[in-house]
Design a protein around this ligand. Structure first.
Ligand code: GAR
Length: 209
């Protein structure tokens, strides 16, 4: 039996959350092996960060010619790696239902709001913060949830909240939220890898024994 759990991280952007996971693994606060980083952007910071730490990387770019086969390719890659957990850390593609269903309770996603508010198709990155500011909400935050076929709607693993200041805009909100996301994603990976939880409807209930 494998002792250290393998995780795969999917990331499209600058990869600061990937970095938080790398740092946690390297300092021993996360007992996991990053088996691979997969990106849909050739020039993503996430790929650079992974390469610096000698983590295997794969680039899968969705374009006109592979529109139908893109997620098959991703599935093949994930099946080969056979990870214990797939972490979407700023991955900006929506996985089709059939692919999500291949990995039940094995895919988690980091989202930059307090779900179920400000989630779903079209809510990603700074767009989320713009909508939060426009709404007049006084509190925002970040969420890690299990990925299910309904976008941003799966059982919530962990959340952290942040007060919105009167002078906040989408940029300042994203900046202030970032450190919360970094600790949240590490805590969530740690928690999910323990397996000490059960799912009750849409709730993730911690097992106390
Ligand atoms: C994070 O803020 C994450 O919450 C968001 O993308 C950013 C990635 O930052 N994810 C989504 O919007 C997913 N819907 P990073 O590239 O620095 O890790």
């Amino acid at each position: 039996m494998r002792s250290v759990k393998n995780i795969v991280i999917l990331a499209s952007g600058k990869g600061s959350n990937l970095q938080a996971i790398i740092d946690a693994v390297e300092t021993g606060s996360l007992d996991a092996n990053i088996a691979a980083v997969i990106s849909d952007k050739r020039d993503s910071g996430a790929l650079e960060r992974a390469a610096k730490h000698s983590i295997p990387t794969f680039v899968l770019i969705r374009n006109q010619s592979n529109r139908d086969t893109y997620f098959n390719l991703l599935y093949e890659r994930l099946r080969e790696i056979d990870p214990d957990l797939i972490v979407l850390a700023g991955f900006m593609k929506i996985m089709p239902a059939w692919l999500v269903e291949k990995f039940p309770l094995k895919v988690i996603n980091l989202h930059p709001s307090l779900l179920p508010c400000f989630g779903g198709p079209g809510f990603y990155g700074h767009k989320v913060h713009e909508k939060v500011i426009e709404s007049g909400a006084k509190i925002t935050g970040c969420t890690v949830h299990f990925v299910t076929p309904d976008v941003d709607s799966g059982p919530i693993v962990l959340q952290k909240a942040l007060e919105i200041r009167d002078n906040d805009d989408a940029v300042s909100l994203a900046e202030r939220l970032s450190p919360l996301e970094h600790s949240l994603i590490v805590d969530a990976v740690n928690f999910v890898l323990t397996g000490k939880f059960q799912i009750d409807g849409n709730r993730v209930i911690r097992k106390t024994l």
